[in-house]
Design a protein around this ligand. Structure first.
Ligand SMILES: Nc1nc2c(c(=O)[nH]1)N[C@H]1C(S)=C(S)[C@@H](COP(=O)(O)O)O[C@H]1N2
Ligand SMILES: [Mo]
Length: 410
């Protein structure tokens, strides 16, 4: 089913009460859409268009898979081919309901408490802006990106490739703020960031607060960002102020950051102690298991996306590759599911080790079915593996086989 048809049909049917009540099975059925039946035709299994949540109403719904009001995924076919992901298409993931729009009423008045430094205290965003400045491009990726390819169907959003984007931040280096506050107190091993969401009442705050600790070495690159892609940070992406830890998995990039503490140990919050752990199959999550910290080397193809028709013959294959802060050195592409490989060209601007690199390669795709895969290697010599690392919650999937695009050229 081609996308424009789908979109038109959704528009045609929007507002139909009968449709809203219909089962959401349409896309998977492969039901023909180009029948010559007389109008009005309401295909029995037509999908109701899920709506964007209010805090993200400005996003481009056609580019997104709306899993829920707190999980929006960029379609593979909407990743674009010019490096930076537009905010309108960038994925969203909220563990707690997004903060109200009112937090943006007076951005400069936003306060952050700093602890574990020689001179602890609270600084406003206005004050933070006077300390120093940095702008960095990073890949923002949920550690559950690719969960949808795990055969055991872990609980959580079944993201495929679109819980990731490459964006440009502007803000202040955290290091400069810490220096301004007299430097770290002795014995501090972690940077612990706390989200500003209002917590539900009647539950242990540690069971719900979004608070993550990253090794203090991350101070080298960490920043407090108030702008993304040239615009003041939206509530959807953590405005007015967000902790950005370049190279680290999404969850470590704390939105609405209200507290930064240098700490001798990891946060006791559940999202740190038991959430986001690489729990081996058949086991329970425990603090002793690896936490999702640095991103691993990964790439995938976005064009062709597998949606729509592909004309047999010469084709342009495009995709993205990144690692957790080591530059991408090489991307190989295979059009036969990994039997034979050729080196792709790295193209487009190089926005540094935390951004993704685009790659391109021309291929001849005769009529038939082709399995397109890509495999990235970073400057540290890490090679994207064929297989995912199995784990209970489906984190860290960088398997090249799982990210294959199957196309039928005709
Ligand atoms: N305060 C706060 N920060 C948060 C979260 C959250 O729920 N609350 N979710 C985390 C997770 S799991 C991810 S993947 C990213 C998502 O960032 P985005 O919604 O801007 O794409 O934010 C992280 N930071
Ligand atoms: Mo995430």
């Amino acid at each position: 089913m081609s996308m424009p048809t789908d979109v038109r049909r959704r528009q045609l049917l929007a507002g139909s009460a009968a449709l809203v009540a219909a089962p959401l099975a349409g896309c998977a059925t492969g039901a023909p859409t180009a029948t010559a039946a007389p109008a009005p035709v309401v295909p029995p299994a037509a999908p109701a268009a899920p709506k964007l949540p209010a805090y993200a109403a400005w996003k481009d719904a056609d580019s997104l898979i709306i899993h829920s009001s707190s999980t929006l995924e960029t379609k593979r076919s909407s990743m674009g081919a010019s490096l930076v992901t537009p905010a309108e298409r960038l994925y969203v993931r909220n563990n707690l309901p997004a903060m109200p729009e009112s937090v943006l009423a007076d951005r400069d008045a936003w306060q952050v408490a700093f602890e574990g430094v020689a001179k602890p205290g609270t600084l406003t965003l206005a004050q933070l802006k006077t300390i120093d400045f940095i702008s960095v491009a990073t890949v923002l990726q949920c550690s559950g990106n690719g969960r949808g390819f795990f055969p055991h169907k872990p609980s959580g959003t079944p993201w495929k490739v679109g819980a990731a984007g490459c964006v440009i931040w502007a803000g202040v280096p955290l290091k400069s703020v810490i220096e301004r506050l007299g430097g770290a107190q002795g014995g501090m091993l972690y940077i612990t960031g706390t989200g500003g969401e209002k917590l539900p009442e009647g539950v242990d705050p540690l069971s719900v607060v979004v608070e993550r600790s990253v090794p203090i070495a991350a101070l080298q690159d960490a920043m407090l960002a108030w702008e993304m892609n040239g615009a003041p940070l939206s509530v959807a992406h953590g405005g007015p102020l967000r902790l950005v830890v370049p190279g680290y998995q999404g969850v470590n990039n704390i939105k609405y950051v209200k507290r930064i503490a240098l700490t001798p140990s990891e946060s006791k919050a559940k999202i740190m102690s038991h959430g986001y752990r690489m729990t081996p199959m058949g086991q329970k999550a425990e603090p002793s298991q690896a936490s999702v910290l640095l991103m691993n080397v990964k790439s995938w193809i976005n064009t062709p996306s597998g949606d729509g028709k592909l004309a047999a013959g010469p084709a342009q294959i495009l995709g993205v590759a990144f690692s957790g802060g080591s530059p991408i050195k090489r991307v190989e592409v295979s059009t036969d599911g990994g039997k034979t490989w050729r080196d792709a060209k790295l193209v487009g601007p190089d926005l540094g080790p935390f951004a993704w690199r685009q790659f391109a390669i021309q291929a001849n795709l005769p009529a038939g079915t082709h399995t397109l895969v890509s495999r990235a290697t970073d400057a540290a010599g890490q090679v994207q593996p064929q297989q995912r690392e199995e784990n209970v919650s489906g984190y860290g999937n960088n398997s090249w086989a799982d990210h294959a695009v199957t196309v039928v050229a005709a």
